[in-house]
Design a protein. Structure first.
Lengths: 62, 713
């Protein structure tokens, strides 16, 4: 990943999306409603993408 | 008879009439509406009445959270009141941070919107309460009254009144400045100890009969122990609290974060929230909060500890005693006006809500885990549906507020919630992952100024437990003075005593196949943090702090009988508590000789800020001084280099680069050198003489034993 990409603001909406999906996932659990199809897999993917992005930032800018 | 009549007829006697305003929360609803209106008017008119600051303080601490919770029909229980405090503080931190980052610090508009919004929603809640049909108002089941001698109430009230009077008399007859190497313990009058003994005697007598009036004694003990410096000392104590007040003033005045000055500006939620309060209350600073902030933090913590104890199978008497133990064992001193104290409250509240609203039965968890841990069954039902959603939203919002306000507490929260999930003490599964993701995201994007270019330095200590412990314990044990050793050993002794009794409690319950696994998790969760970072030599203190609630509850379960028993056991508890109190005062206020500020210190700081121009650098012989209390961006502070006076002057000349350079030598710095570095009592006078003898300095002014020297240009 290039420095330009890592320093862009793309990570912030990705982080907000990951946080929202984690919250929705938990909300579906505790409210007893059926979980939307594919929500857990999508959340795992988004969180993984965020972790990779942040990890790359730490490595590049440390 | 129609259906509604049937409902009323069949309802048991616990139905309250709608006119019971306290139990139904109507009084709080109306008070919040009035406070919102008052706050709105104060902000709009910028009035300078005395009532503005206290009204705004109560508003930001309670009203937004209460308004939201009541909007969703939350019942008026103690847990909801505390949740309202947590939500209000959390919302202040979030709103402040958002405003300073993205809102151009438009505090006036936000103040009007928030107070106006709370007013409108509050009016709607009150209106709805007035129109609630009688048969929808259901009270908590009535408590069965236990027979109790009439003198129990007299004993509680009498011991509190007499004890506090004697404590006050003792404080008035205590030497108020220049404490010795042992701190406050050597200065306090005998009357103080007598007053404490009376309060504890009353507490135990009332607890013996299982009366709720014991809370009265706990409150008195809390004030006598944790309000002591505020009542005794002439000025708000502790240099870091003054720094935080200055950081808040920086944000309130300029609406900007000085990330290059201090790492704390990268986690500025607390300071931004404080900035909002400062502007809304119309005061020049928040120094008026610093003196009694420990009392507030400990009071809320004590109630949270007691609620946690009740939730985790402690009897009412045990929960009261757990609260009393928390008062007597919280020597750690992290409860001053600071982000970590606020984050600690949120941590406790989140854990409490998680265990109350989303419980699970650990005895139905992993079979291997059940065999090893032998957990007791948990039959708590928790919340479901819309109520569960509201509680979950509150927990997640407070987690985010905590992450943006303090760098360490989220780690403790991740550790604790992860353990609770692993042992099946909660039905939540995602919370630890969520907190970890928010923390890492904030570190990466919100706090990049903190780690850019030196990430390896921050992570270099990971896993080096031995080195971190040495830094945390050994470095604090540098002095060889006997008095100082007593202070250090009293701290270690109290920590080991709490952990030891907590461990014994767990072992005892393990043998009975009823291990309190949630408490075990909360006790064990902070320790992995020791492997991550020395945190400036303070990680061991933080670990101690976060284990304390669980340790106190376990101690109470161990030593306090579940049923009324032999009075000699209570006598033993009383004697033990009385023995612990001097240890607590020694440990808690052992640094008072340099953490307290004399009138000279305060006058010196004010005069210094009056005479020192912008872009100045002030060197300090130690960091135990009032600094960054004003003009945070303009006047910088540095540590005075080591060496001979000529070498020191050479290094200062190098930093002269177009700035004014000063050396501030104050009484609190002098006391710090004497107490912790074993220096001679006149070391600062000698240093000053040596510096002056170089001919490179002029004395700008002197106040008492303090002096400000300026390096001649």
């Amino acid at each position: 990943m290039s420095r330009q990409f890592l320093s862009s603001t793309v990570g912030i909406p990705l982080a907000v999306l990951a946080m929202t999906m984690l919250f929705v996932l938990e909300m579906a659990r505790v409210s007893g409603r059926s979980r939307p199809f594919g929500l857990r897999s999508a959340t795992v993917l988004v969180v993984a993408a965020l972790v990779v992005f942040i990890g790359a930032r730490f490595m590049v800018y440390s | 008879m129609n259906a509604s009549q049937l409902l009323v007829e069949e309802r048991p006697d616990n139905t309250l009439p709608r006119t019971d305003p306290v139990a139904g929360g109507a009084v709080a609803d109306v008070a919040c509406v009035l406070l919102s209106a008052l706050a709105f008017v104060c902000i709009l008119t910028d009035s300078h009445t005395w009532v503005r600051a206290p009204a705004m303080l109560v508003f930001v601490l309670f009203v937004p959270g209460w308004t939201v919770l009541r909007m969703y029909r939350a019942p008026a229980t103690l847990l909801v009141y505390l949740s309202a405090i947590g939500l209000s503080i959390g919302s202040m931190l979030l709103l402040g941070e958002i405003l300073v980052l993205y809102g151009n610090w438009k505090w006036f508009a936000l103040g009007l919107a928030l107070t106006g919004g709370c007013y409108v929603i509050g009016i709607r809640t009150v209106w709805r309460g007035l129109h609630t049909p009688l048969d929808h108002v259901i009270a908590e089941p009535a408590r069965t009254a236990t027979p109790m001698p009439g003198w129990v109430l007299m004993c509680s009230v009498g011991s509190v009144v007499v004890g506090n009077s004697v404590v006050t008399w003792g404080i008035r007859h205590t030497r108020r400045e220049h404490f010795g190497v042992l701190g406050l313990v050597s200065a306090l009058s005998m009357a103080y100890w007598l007053g404490i003994a009376i309060i504890i005697g009353g507490l135990l007598a009332v607890c013996y009969y299982g009366s709720r009036w014991a809370w009265f004694n706990v409150a008195a003990l809390l004030v006598a122990l944790h309000g002591l410096p505020g009542l005794l000392e002439p000025n708000p104590r502790f240099s870091v609290a003054w720094i935080h007040m200055g950081f808040i003033d920086q944000i309130a005045t300029h609406g900007t974060l000085l990330r290059s000055l201090d790492a704390r500006f990268s986690w500025a939620g607390f300071f931004a929230g404080g900035g909002l309060l400062q502007r809304w209350s119309g005061t020049e600073s928040l120094l008026w909060l610093v003196r009694y902030a420990p009392l507030f933090y400990n009071a809320v913590s004590v109630v949270l500890v007691a609620l946690l104890a009740r939730r985790l199978r402690a009897t009412e008497t045990q929960s009261v005693m757990a609260a009393a133990f928390f008062c007597c064992f919280n020597w750690i001193g992290q409860d001053y006006f600071a982000p970590q104290a606020t984050a600690f409250l949120m941590y406790l509240l989140i854990i409490l809500v998680v265990l109350h609203a989303f419980p699970a039965d650990p005895s139905l968890g992993n079979r291997w885990m059940v065999r090893v841990l032998r957990p007791s069954m948990d039959v708590q039902r928790g919340l479901h549906g819309r109520e569960a959603g509201l509680a979950l939203f509150g927990v997640y919002a407070m987690s985010v507020a905590m992450v943006i306000s303090h760098q360490l507490t989220p780690g403790f929260l991740v550790s604790a919630t992860l353990l609770l999930v692993l042992v099946n003490a909660t039905r939540l599964r995602v919370l630890p992952v969520f907190v970890a993701v928010v923390f890492v995201a904030w570190l990466s994007f919100g706090a990049s100024a903190y780690w850019f270019g030196h990430f390896d330095n921050l992570t270099g200590s990971v896993g080096k437990v031995g080195s971190i412990v040495t830094q945390n314990v050994g470095a604090r044990n540098a002095s060889h003075a006997f008095g100082r050793r007593i202070v250090i050993f009293s701290r270690m002794g109290l920590a080991l005593l709490a952990w030891g009794l907590a461990a014994l409690s767990i072992v005892k319950q393990w043998f009975r196949w009823s291990t309190p696994v949630a408490l075990l998790c909360l006790l064990a969760a902070p320790f992995p943090m020791l492997a991550l970072q020395p945190y400036g030599g303070e990680m061991a203190l933080r670990v101690c702090y976060f284990t304390l609630p669980a340790a106190c509850i376990l101690m109470a379960q161990f030593v306090v009988p579940k049923v009324r028993t032999d009075w000699r056991r209570w006598l033993f508890i009383g004697v033990a508590l009385l023995a612990v109190i001097p240890l607590f005062v020694t440990a808690r206020f052992g640094n008072e000789s340099f953490e307290a500020f004399s009138n000279d210190d305060v006058v010196f700081a004010h005069t210094m800020y009056d005479v020192v121009p912008d872009a100045s650098t002030v060197f300090l012989a130690s960091q135990q001084a009032i600094k960054y209390a004003d003009r945070v961006g303009e006047v910088r502070f540095r540590q005075l280099p080591k060496g001979t006076p000529a070498e020191v002057t050479d290094q200062l000349v190098k930093s002269l680069n177009k700035t004014h350079v000063y050396i501030a030598l104050t009484e609190s710095q002098e006391a710090y050198g004497v107490v912790t570095l074993d220096r001679a009592p006149d070391w600062m006078q000698k240093l000053r003489s040596e510096l002056e003898s170089t001919g490179e300095y002029r004395v700008v002014f002197e106040v008492g034993g303090s002096a400000l020297l300026e390096l001649k240009p």
